[in-house]
Design a protein around this ligand. Sequence first.
Ligand SMILES: [Zn+2]
Length: 178
Amino acid sequence: MSTSLTVKGTQVDFPPVCVQCQQPAEATFEVSRSVRFRKRTVTVRLAVPMCATHHAMAMTKNATEQLLGRIGLILGVVAGAGVVAGLFWFWSQRGQNLVAANYLALAVVGAGMFYLVLRLFTGVIAPRYADPDAKSARNAVRITRYSALSRQLRVEIMNDSVAAAIAAANADRLLKQE
Ligand SMILES: [Zn+2]
């Protein structure tokens, strides 16, 4: 079973122990969640405390993850360059003079495409192939919801006694425990 805590604000205070084994924390692992709010992207980040062992597990990428990261990098470059070349061709076909603004637009679109593809591979696809140990360390605390409007953050904590300690540390801002 896991516990979900909803707190007011964008931060959660953690007791200085590992969220997986409750040994003294020696490092932090960042978890984040991005939401769209008023046409902007808002990202909340938490520095989750971990012991050295679980931190190392969370940070370790197996061969499959590393390979997918490299594929993402290559496909990102190909997609970015492809979009730039395509737009360049489109504009030159229409006899449009390529002024500085066009080159700037090309650079932005190309970089955006590169980032999107890379992010898809490293942030979405690769983590699915992580080792079970890595997965459970990375997911010991997850941000499951953030409302930028009401500034409420919901985190899911896999270890119930860790969750109870975190609930106590945030008692003054705790809205819901389920
Ligand atoms: Zn630990």
